[in-house]
Design a protein around this ligand. Structure first.
Ligand code: C5P
Length: 231
């Protein structure tokens, strides 16, 4: 079966592995990837840069509408460089401080609305894999395959801790556990686009699975949906 501009959404809380898994699935399929959290993180950084309060919804809406962000392939071609107003922020956006600020701006309806069409514009041939919190529920409600990843709070904190360490970002594990649970609570309880599985999502508990196993699970689901013979 051929589908026009197919989409696979991967939603879940922080530390469920959706970013890493999404990139690998996109690479295997040769599809585009959108890490939607980058938009919220970049907006939080832009707010900081332009002295805009994280509670000032009208000003954040304007900032979101004009967000000057570019995604470029790195020189080696195996990573994405993120430019905010022409400046490389690939590393800066990954701190928990920025993640927390992103979750505050992400709770504002006007901000979410301002970023909606920008996210939908990533739906291009041959296909899109996208990860976030509301990809399957709000941004791409007609996605061909919706995945929702879960993992226990301890496991998510452990993964996030080693991920940040790997990126050279200094973190304290107990601070991280506290920050992650605050962020997840805010993401789950917000009035607009809260973190939750779409009714038609395939839920995968990743606690006992490694990255490759989660990727294989998703590829298997993809083959079912696209009627591709399983090997
Ligand atoms: O996925 P990531 O941890 O980079 O996202 C940072 C924050 O951005 C999340 O905690 C969430 O509040 C917000 N976000 C969102 N909707 C998305 C992606 C991210 O609200 N689709």
């Amino acid at each position: 079966m051929t589908r026009k501009n197919p989409v696979i959404t991967i939603d879940g809380a922080s530390g469920t592995g959706k970013g890493v898994v999404g990139h690998i699935v996109a690479k295997q399929l040769g599809w585009h990837i959108l890490d939607s959290g980058v938009l919220y993180r970049a907006l939080a950084l832009a707010a900081q840069k332009h002295d805009v309060s994280l509670e000032n919804e009208p000003a954040l809406q304007v900032l979101a509408e004009h967000l000057d962000i570019q995604f470029k392939a790195s020189e080696t071609g195996d990573a994405t460089v993120i430019l905010l107003e022409g400046q490389d922020v690939t590393h800066d956006i990954r701190t928990e401080k920025v993640g927390n600020a992103a979750s505050k701006v992400g709770a504002l309806p006007a901000v979410r609305l301002a970023l909606l069409s920008r996210q939908r514009a990533f739906q291009e041939p041959p296909g899109l894999v996208t990860d976030g919190r509301d990809m399957g529920t709000v941004v791409f409600p007609n996605a061909d395959l919706k995945i929702f990843l879960t993992a226990s709070a301890d496991e998510r904190a452990r993964r996030r801790f080693s991920q940040l360490k790997e990126k050279g970002i200094d973190v304290n594990l107990s601070d991280l556990v506290k920050e992650l649970s605050e962020r997840d609570k805010r993401d789950q309880e917000r009035a607009v686009a809260p973190l939750k599985p779409a009714t038609d999502a395939v839920c995968i508990d990743t606690d006992k699975l490694n990255i490759q196993q989660v990727v294989e699970y998703i590829i298997k689901e993809y083959k079912k949906v696209f009627s591709i013979a399983q090997q």
